[in-house]
Design a protein around this ligand. Structure first.
Ligand code: GAP
Length: 448
């Protein structure tokens, strides 16, 4: 079942409004690579920050980490990625296009119908070499997940953080996968950003913690405005579990191409710590002082993609409405995700209005990401802000010069209120936090 929003409309809005551009566009682009523009970089940063806040800052049982992308090759042998991080690849004997065997329907090439080769297992890790000599011994890999940087630092964190189990270690960073088939805009790319939590628990409590994290993560999307009916939970069948997983749930989102994975929450058991202890020769256990016993913790892993979350938030926020006979495109983004929180729009570029409008901008920008725009008609400027999801616009008009008040317009209801410039920051702060917007009917009709 496809979602209601057309992906082409999202791609076009992202290009038009400076959210996301094709990478290396002036050279014809590079397949599956995308660049975040001035608005996109703010949105992406807000998604990361919202995750970090809820996973690290608002809890006392999780700490953060930032590990290197290139790691000792032994890490990937131990983790099973060298042997098992593979997809079955087939190639068309006529047009030579390559496909993931488990992602195509029918027996022939999806492009030309040609005969396909027998599947062979293709490793998804990008290889490169470290140092000036390119030889077998210098081969290293770009990490395909941030998780392993956490496992190999487990002992460092335990011995330096003075924390007890259950303890989570969180990391956000780039991962790389040489995916056979990419596509659907930023849904599946070869370079992407992971937000991963490895939550270490006492064996026997793992099922309980898995259920806890599935609920926490589902609720995170809902709190940030994603409609519940566009989310669903799906437990993996035994035959689809990753080589390290004992159990796993996907949070699926109804993307334009249908229900697809947004985030996975896996019970990795003690697989990784046992493997790294065996291969590195370092003991990786935990002494539980309260229980007076030593054990290898189990790990619950909520693993999400920043880019895929950005896409889901954009799709869910996207709307086309009719306002007074005119079509408006709007992103109903949660205020904490919106790239710009408030825009200052003088009614026109007029030498009398500009100084006061600049004064209002200078008052707001130390506190909120604020835009200043005085070119083109006020209607066009409102439309631009609606399309990038700016929750509030402040208009400075000729009456403002007399009464030292401005009009705030709310993106979703289009309601307007008139407030004094003095103390404007406090009003904006309260409105961004969700305080009700009691619009005066007078101003709602005056400032169309
Ligand atoms: N450490 C576990 C792990 O990496 P995964 O299910 O392979 O699990 C977790 O990935 C999440 O990372 C996915 O749910 C998705 O949001 C994101 N992700 C994975 N591969 C991706 C790709 N090629 N492009 C964009 N996002 C991707």
């Amino acid at each position: 079942m496809p979602g209601k929003v057309d992906m082409d409309k999202i791609v076009s809005l992202c290009k038009r409004r400076g959210l996301i551009f094709p990478s290396s566009e002036i050279y014809g682009g590079l397949a599956s690579c995308w660049d975040y523009g001035p608005m996109g970089v703010e949105l992406k940063r807000n998604v990361r920050d919202a995750w970090w806040k809820s996973i690290v800052h608002e809890r006392d049982d999780v700490v953060g980490l930032d590990t290197s992308i290139m790691m000792h090759p032994g890490v990937w042998a131990a983790s099973g990625h060298i042997d098992s991080f593979t997809d079955p690849l087939v190639e068309c004997k006529s047009c030579h296009l390559r496909w993931r065997a488990d992602a195509i329907e029918g027996k022939g090439c999806p492009k030309c119908g040609g005969e396909l080769t027998e599947p062979r297992m293709f490793n998804l890790m990008f290889k490169t070499s470290m140092g000036p000599v390119e030889e077998e011994a210098s081969t290293i890999y770009l990490r395909p997940e941030t998780a392993q940087g956490i496992f190999v630092n487990f002992d460092n964190v335990i011995t330096t953080s003075r924390k007890k189990l259950p303890l989570g270690i969180a990391q956000i960073g780039k991962s790389f996968r040489n995916e056979i088939t990419t596509g659907n805009f930023i849904f599946r790319t070869r370079e992407f950003e992971h937000m991963e939590l490895e939550y270490f628990v006492k064996p026997g409590t793992d099922e309980e913690w898995l259920n806890y994290w599935v609920k926490e993560r589902f609720d995170w999307y809902v709190k940030l405005g994603v409609r519940k009916e566009n989310l669903r939970l799906r437990q993996h069948g035994k035959d689809e579990l990753a080589h390290y997983a004992r159990d796993c749930y996907d949070i699926d989102y109804l993307f334009p191409m249908g229900w697809s994975e947004l985030e996975g929450i896996a019970n990795r058991g003690d697989f990784d710590l046992i493997q790294h202890a065996k291969c590195s020769g370092r003991e990786l256990g935990y002494y539980d002082a309260e229980a007076g016993e030593k054990y290898v913790p189990y790990v619950i892993e909520p693993s999400a993609g920043v880019d895929r979350s950005v896409l889901a938030f954009l799709i869910d926020a996207y709307d086309e409405e009719e306002v007074e006979g005119e079509k408006r495109t709007v992103l109903h983004l949660h205020p904490s995700l919106a790239p710009i929180k408030i825009a200052v729009l003088p009614l026109s570029r007029n030498e009398k209005l500009t100084p006061l409008a600049k004064e209002v901008f200078n008052k707001l920008c130390p506190n909120f990401v604020t835009d200043y725009d005085d070119s083109q008609s006020i209607g066009r400027r409102y439309r631009r802000q609606d399309e990038i999801g700016t929750p509030f616009c402040v208009t400075v008009d000729f009456e403002s010069l007399e009464d030292k008040q401005v009009t705030i317009r709310e993106r979703d209801s289009l309601a307007q209120i008139r407030v004094p410039i003095e103390g404007l920051e406090k009003v904006v702060e309260a409105k961004l936090k969700g305080e009700s917007f009691n619009a005066s009917p007078l101003w709602a009709t005056r400032q169309k």
